[in-house]
Structures are given as structure tokens and as C-alpha cells.
Design a binder for this molecule. Structure first.
Ligand code: SAH
Ligand code: MG
Length: 212
């Protein structure tokens, strides 16, 4: 993984976000909402831009930060995003209204493990962004990767979970299942014949998979 020193250095090089996004970053920090770190966001935005992405399905809205970053960076892109935590979903609605992005970001309140058929009507998608419960990535992938177009992308955040996924030593009991699940998810991605996957050890680890 990138050291804290390098991460701090890179974060400081990145331009300040607009006042609303900065407010969201502060809210996330104060309320321990695990929004994507700025270095990973920049990398993801670059990839989505290069891929000329027009619509994204996001699993895990939180307060709408990544969805707003995507729509801000890609003026022709829409986002459909699902969140199961009511308070965060409501907060996301508020921020998206303030950012006047209601026409481009569709928020769905619900558990992504339940509502797959409802979401299919919004697809197919150029990109799927998986950024929710880390123990369930395989299930999210099974449910939603069929909605990704040929040539489209699946972006999975947090796949190296603080580097612990790569750690051969003993893993603390409370996170063992999650780590085991992430390892098996990563292996599944790499052996999946339908996708071409590369791993980026930035932030909390990001995998980019391109559908053949
Ligand atoms: N993408 C956001 C951060 C998401 S944090 C950003 O970078 O701005 C992960 C979120 O996923 C949490 O808010 C959590 O409540 C949500 N989540 C976890 N499992 C979920 C599920 N099964 N369905 C919907 N949301 C889920
Ligand atoms: Mg994340």
C-alpha cells in the first residue's frame, strides 16, 4: 500500500474541492462516514473519463460524495446509487439537492442484496462501482455485473482493506470473515473469464475490471 506520507503528499497536491464537497468531506470526517479518499477518487475519475462513461451504478451511496464527484467531473454522466442506511440516504438527498444534481443522480433507499431486479430497469450501465459491505462483494458482483455493458467496467473499492488482505499473519477475529471474503473475491475477479482485472494499491485498494 501507499505509505501515509505519500498519501498525505498526494492529497495535498490535489486541488481543493468546491465548498459543498469540502463541507461533505468535513461532515464525513466528523461523523465517521467512510467516503472514498481523495487520491482514489481522482484515480477513479480519470478512469471513468478515459472510458467515456455515461452512466454508473453505485452500491453504497453513503452521503453522496463519490456520486457527486463523478457527476461534477463527467458532465454527461448519470449515477444511480443505492444505500441501506436511512440517515445517510437522507443526508445524500440533501447534499444532492443543494448541489442541484437531482436530475443526474438517482438515489435508491434499500439493501442492494434485496433490490437487484428493481435496479435492472435503470441499466445497462457503463460502470458498476462497488463500495459497500466488504464481506458481500462477491454477492454484489453476482447481482449487478450482469447489468454492465460489454466493454464496461466494474470498480471495486477497499479490496485490500488497509493492506490486511495481503497480510499472511493472523487476522483479528472481528474482521476475519471479511478479510477471507475479500481474498476470495479478489481471486474470483482474477480467474473470471468474462473480465480483465487489475489491482491498484492506492487508498484502501481498488480493482478495475473490464468486461470483455
Ligand atoms: N461511495 C461512498 C462511500 C460508501 S461507504 C463515497 O465514496 O462517497 C459504504 C456504504 O455502503 C455505507 O454507507 C453502508 O451503509 C452502505 N452499504 C453497505 N452494505 C450495503 C447494502 N447491502 N446495500 C446498500 N448499502 C449498503
Ligand atoms: Mg470505500
Amino acid at each position: 500500500m501507499v505509505s501515509d506520507q505519500v498519501n498525505t503528499y498526494l492529497s495535498a497536491l490535489i486541488r481543493q474541492r468546491n465548498p459543498l464537497l469540502t463541507e461533505m468531506e468535513q461532515y464525513a470526517e466528523e461523523n465517521e462516514v467512510p467516503i472514498m479518499d481523495v487520491v482514489s477518487v481522482e484515480a477513479m475519475l480519470q478512469i471513468l473519463t478515459l472510458a467515456n462513461t455515461k452512466n454508473v451504478l453505485e452500491i453504497g451511496t453513503a452521503i453522496g460524495y463519490s456520486a457527486m464527484r463523478i457527476t461534477e467531473k463527467l458532465p454527461n454522466c448519470k449515477v444511480v446509487s443505492i444505500e441501506r442506511n436511512f440517515e445517510r440516504h437522507e443526508k445524500a438527498k440533501e447534499y444532492i439537492r443543494r448541489g442541484q444534481l437531482e436530475s443526474r443522480i438517482t438515489l435508491i433507499f434499500g439493501d442492494a442484496l434485496d433490490d437487484a431486479s428493481d435496479i435492472s430497469e435503470y441499466g445497462p450501465f457503463d460502470a458498476l462501482f462497488i463500495d459497500a459491505a466488504k464481506g458481500q462483494y462477491k454477492r454484489f458482483f453476482e447481482l449487478y455485473s450482469p447489468l454492465v455493458k460489454k466493454g464496461g467496467l466494474v470498480i471495486s473499492d477497499n479490496v485490500l482493506y488497509k493492506g490486511i488482505v495481503a497480510n499472511e499473519g493472523k487476522v483479528a477475529k472481528g474482521i476475519r470473515t471479511m478479510v477471507v471474503n475479500l481474498r476470495s473475491y479478489n481471486e474470483m475477479l482474477m480467474s473470471n473469464e468474462e473480465f480483465e482485472t487489475t489491482f491498484y494499491p492506492i487508498g484502501d485498494g481498488m480493482a478495475i475490471s473490464k468486461k470483455k
